[in-house]
Write a protein that binds this ligand. Sequence first.
Ligand code: MRU
Length: 397
Amino acid sequence: MFSQHVVVDNTELLIRKANGTKMRPIWQDKDSEIVKVIDQRLLPHKLIISDLRSVDDVINAIKHMVVRGAPLIGVTGAYGVYLAVINFDGKTGFDDFLINECNRLKSTRPTAVNLSWGVDRVKDKLLKMTNQSARIDIARNEAAKIADEEVENCKKIGENGLRLIDEIWMKKKGKTVNILTHCNAGWLACVEYGTATAPIYAAYENDIDIHVWVDETRPLNQGARLTAWELNNHGIKHTVITDNAGGHLMQHGMVDMVIVGTDRTTYTGDVANKIGTYLKALAARDNNIPFYVALPSSTFDWKLKDGINEISIEERDPDEVRYVQGLELGSIKSVLLPPASSPAANFAFDVTPARLVTGFITERGVCRATKQDIKRMFPRNVDELTSSSRRTDLSQA
Ligand code: MRU
């Protein structure tokens, strides 16, 4: 596969922190054509940087979850289009080549809408262009711009979510605010700040006493491996729990709010996120605990109305369920869990219906999970979708 560099003891991460620049999970060095990514499969035990040089490298990285998390796969897809352009050999027409490469990129993972959003945004800038060096510049700049915009969006999600945490802190008269989160919706999944973690980081920076319950998030344990790694590096109090512990903690007053991310959210407010999110939302509702979903606008699917029936749920390799990975005597090992001949199923996401969501934390503010409120927050997107579906209805009549 692609070339890899091991970063011993997180040194690079710490050096960048000391320089005041944050490490991102994806970047390009100045004057280099290579796209660099953190390989998230071996965290927290090994920090490895991989080089992506071609569309095939990007496809492998997204499929095998070297990179993951909705906003990050959107950005990676955008850089994939840049790599397609620099590898264009001129043997076929450019537009056909580009559309084909973009379709290959978009088919790598089905659930997160950010992927096609990021790919199409760069593609749309390039179609019909004839000058190859201008294409390269445009593709590189647009991918970088998407990454920077997602950082800005996540920063604003942090500011908007901070108010919600602050209100709870005031109500609790300064006692620790306990927040439960699922999967990894942190900077690793989003470039910087994260979605669900952005308000948590903002609360910490504002000296609010917080503690995070981190769902381990079987089967790939993004919570135990990645969210815990992020919070630990940041010095934020947290505890890793089994995926089934949340309900019990909620019944005993040990959770003040839940914040999760999302991979695709309908314009009516249904939320697809990592498998198990729905059960947390049910438990939160039963215990009267606010359940917030944090997302940038790139994660809204402006075409979908009914999350349960219309969102495509990824089914991954059952071996991800059958095997568990961890550290033993300094090396990372994978061990078999069930009887060798037991079949397993691996549904990667589920859909939480809008009625269970207390609110969305977006870059534009906090709103309820209803079409009306989403429209108030994003009037142009919702109007465009209504007029385009009206056009489709007419053409089908
Ligand atoms: O399968 P993954 O690890 O890509 O799933 C990621 C999630 O479900 C995140 O919660 C989601 O992308 C939230 S946005 C940061």
